[in-house]
Write a protein that binds this ligand. Structure first.
Ligand SMILES: [Zn+2]
Length: 192
């Protein structure tokens, strides 16, 4: 029981009380249900990797968004994390492709451009007919550094814009509501 609570507490947003409630709930379920939950956790972990084109989470070598020929092929929206793709998809405003960086440049944490999927992004943009790259990155210090760095790299190849955040500095894209995000996307502007 203590081990189960400890494991549950490692999940984001789960404090000691919630972990205890979840553990008690799980123990009350029929064994078949618990088995199914454990199986689902393991299989998700084993089968979901990242798309070889955009690095969004995917069970297939190339994700559903990249494979969708109905989506706009000439626009790439750059985000730091797969959670941001999910947030932007919820707005239903954006119909282009994505590129997930896998984090932000953060010298303090020892994360440089080489640890992110930036080279792959530059290759995509330079080799394909990309009309616009939209940088949709959180307005934090790391986000600004990353936005400026990528902007400079991509400007020789295409038009580069950034979304206009109505959010305060440090605001998180993932937690922005759909309307705010859609407005931020609509109000995007050319990078300096
Ligand atoms: Zn993809």
């Amino acid at each position: 029981m203590a081990r189960l609570i400890e494991q549950l507490q490692r999940l984001p947003g789960v404090g000691p009380k919630t972990a205890q409630r979840l553990a008690l709930h799980i123990l009350k379920r029929p064994e078949a249900d618990v088995q199914a939950l454990a199986q689902a956790l393991l299989e998700a972990k084993q089968q979901v990797g990242s798309c070889s084109v955009c690095f969004h989470l995917s069970a297939e070598p190339v994700c559903e968004i990249c494979r969708d020929s109905n989506r706009e092929q000439h626009t790439i929206c750059v985000v730091s994390d797969s959670r941001d793709v999910i947030a932007l998809e919820r707005t239903r405003e954006y119909r282009g492709k994505y590129h997930v960086l896998g984090g932000l440049i953060s010298p303090m944490d020892g994360i440089g451009p080489d640890q992110l999927y930036i080279t792959q992004l530059v290759r995509r943009v330079s080799k394909q007919d990309i009309k616009e790259v939209i940088l949709a990155i959180n307005p934090s210090v790391e986000g600004e550094t990353t936005t400026l760095y990528i902007g400079q790299l991509l400007k020789p190849f295409t038009r580069v814009t950034r979304i206009a955040f109505g959010l305060p500095m440090g605001g998180d894209l993932e937690y922005a509501d759909e309307v705010t995000l859609a407005r931020a996307l609509e109000g995007r502007r050319e990078i300096d």
